[in-house]
Design a protein around this ligand. Sequence first.
Ligand SMILES: [Fe+2]
Length: 285
Amino acid sequence: MKRRGFISNSVKGFIAVTLLPKIGYSFMTDDIFAGGGCVPTTADILGPFYRANAPIRSNLQIVGEPGVPLIYKGTVYDLDCNPLPNAYIEVWQADHGGVYDNSSPEFKYRGAQYSDALGQYEFTSIHAGAYLNGAQYRPSHIHFRVTAPGIAELITQLYFVGDPYIAADPWASDPDAALRIVPVNNVGGVDTAIFDINVSGHLSAPNQAADMDIVIEQTYGGILITSPKAKMDSIEIIDINGRLVKGYYDVNSKDFTIRTGELSSGTYFARIQLGKHITVHKFQN
Ligand SMILES: [Fe+2]
């Protein structure tokens, strides 16, 4: 039953990569479908090992720990296939031995980053070890959680072509996972996997323009955050390691001051909510 599902996935993948270019669609990514839109990347289970507030970083490798290096990277696209900057991408995976770090302050093999101006992200890590789920091994996989202004949260998993445990795994062998089983190629001596992510929202979300005008500046009284076009509902201050250090949840104003002394000096991100829209800005204190 599961095996049949996997064969069906392969057929879908074949159709996606071979037929679509012939019928005239630009071949930006495997999963461009008729109508010109990007089909949203399918969801997968969260699993029991998610931890919030993973450090913002792109390198998850740990000196002295075993593992075969793996780079996974790609572009986040919106529903119109526009590259989506500023998407918040959290990843978590098992170590070489198939074990998750569920408690240490190092957040091993866990990280987060924002997609860049071109919608791109990249993590340098290792191949995740397979681990037993009941009587069967789960295939090597990377968990993703993607959030961005104007889109629905995406929680999903990435798998790799040729993994012997995919066929028996109920999640990886689900037809919905077909486009999330990607090849690993040796690029410059390093295993590299490309995983483009299509989120279910539009770049031109309501209030998207408003956040462009947000200004964060140092004033006599502290850090002044100004949003001339829309009232800010809440402001969260996140440190460079991705940890929430302050939360202001009843702002309801176009300007807000974090008074001198409330924050120690350093680099921070302000995660600002304006209605349903969330925007993130980096600043220095
Ligand atoms: Fe997992």
